[in-house]
Write a protein that binds this ligand. Structure first.
Ligand SMILES: NC(=O)C1=CN([C@@H]2O[C@H](COP(=O)(O)OP(=O)(O)OC[C@H]3O[C@@H](n4cnc5c(N)ncnc54)[C@H](O)[C@@H]3O)[C@@H](O)[C@H]2O)C=CC1
Ligand SMILES: CC/C=C\C[C@H](O)C(=O)/C=C/C=C/C=C\C=C\[C@@H](O)C/C=C\CCC(=O)O
Length: 256
């Protein structure tokens, strides 16, 4: 299988897209460590996964991506348990325009934190074995969603950070590829009760619902399949892969 012998870490791995990524990576032969704050969802998922994949290829570690200490401990535990990290999926994210600083803290700072801590373990220049980092951005990382400006900003930041890290890693010979997956609307808890999550922009919910209707919804598994593509195609570095109901498309960015 494509990922046999590989060790993957998935943040926000207990639910939604992260759960689908976890399952897809396991199906491809990887060992998966899922980090999440929702212990009940994670433990329920682990029970299901153990029945299919056994107990030796999955591990749940309670961890918020907002905490440097917790992320460092979780990734160290991963290395101590499984010998290294080959794949990091910075997937954890929220939608909350009312608590916009928390949105930035999780969606962007959490991606930066996970990347920098994992770099210490994955970087070939510091004893790592290289690998790939896949960040869950959004199509809102490529264009504006008027009902959630801060969410849009956080996802634009993820795309920019991913592309810059890809270039830095290539120039520095870290041996690590960096890519972003940019889904449209996906049927998960994140987009439930959106009126409450849009804060001062809740009056714009209808406009977003109309866009949602036009674009149609994705299943989490469709996003996970694109994550697997970015993980296994070693020619992909610095890419942003858009995923929408009609298909997928790599973004062509302007060359400076
Ligand atoms: N659902 C959608 O329409 C889209 C979602 N995305 C992105 O996909 C990613 C996953 O979102 P969904 O699966 O849709 O949401 P979800 O709400 O179903 O799952 C998010 C997971 O992240 C976990 N999480 C939240 N805060 C955390 C923290 N501080 N530390 C660790 N884990 C934390 C949650 O417990 C949950 O398990 C997010 O980054 C989101 O922005 C991107 C495009 C579309
Ligand atoms: C209220 C729900 C908000 C966000 C939910 C979800 O997390 C999410 O991220 C959904 C994003 C969906 C975006 C859909 C379309 C975006 C359209 C425009 O912003 C332009 C986007 C991309 C243009 C890029 C290009 O065409 O090259």
């Amino acid at each position: 299988m494509a990922l046999s012998g590989k060790v993957a870490v998935v943040t926000g791995g207990a639910m939604g897209i992260g759960r689908a990524i976890t399952e897809t990576l396991l199906q491809s032969g990887a060992t998966v460590v899922l980090l999440d704050v929702n212990e009940s969802a994670a433990k329920s998922l682990l029970d299901d996964l153990h029945k299919v994949y056994g107990r030796d290829r999955t591990l749940f570690l309670s961890c918020t991506v907002e905490s440097e200490e917790q992320v460092k401990a979780a990734l160290q535990k991963t290395v101590d348990t499984f010998g290294g990290i080959d794949i990091l999926c910075n997937n954890a994210g929220i939608l909350n325009e009312g608590e916009w600083e928390k949105t930035v803290s999780i969606n962007l700072l959490g991606v930066i934190r996970g990347t920098y801590v994992a770099l210490q373990h994955m970087n070939k220049l510091t004893g790592g074995r290289g690998g790939v980092v896949i960040n869950t951005a959004s199509m809102a990382g490529l264009g504006p969603l008027l009902s959630c400006p801060v969410y849009t900003a956080s996802k634009h930041g993820v795309v920019g950070f991913t592309r810059a890290m890809a270039a830095a890693s290539k120039a520095s010979d870290y041996g690590i590829r960096f890519n972003a997956v940019c889904p449209g609307f996906v049927q998960t808890d994140l987009i439930s009760n959106t009126k409450l999550k849009l804060g001062q922009f809740s009056h714009l919910e209808d406009a977003t619902n109309q866009l949602m209707a036009e674009m149609r919804m994705l299943a989490p598994s469709e996003v996970a399949a694109c994550v697997l593509e970015l993980a296994t195609d070693e020619t992909k570095n610095g890419e942003a892969l858009m995923v929408f109901a009609q298909g997928k498309q790599y973004v062509t960015f302007p060359t400076l």
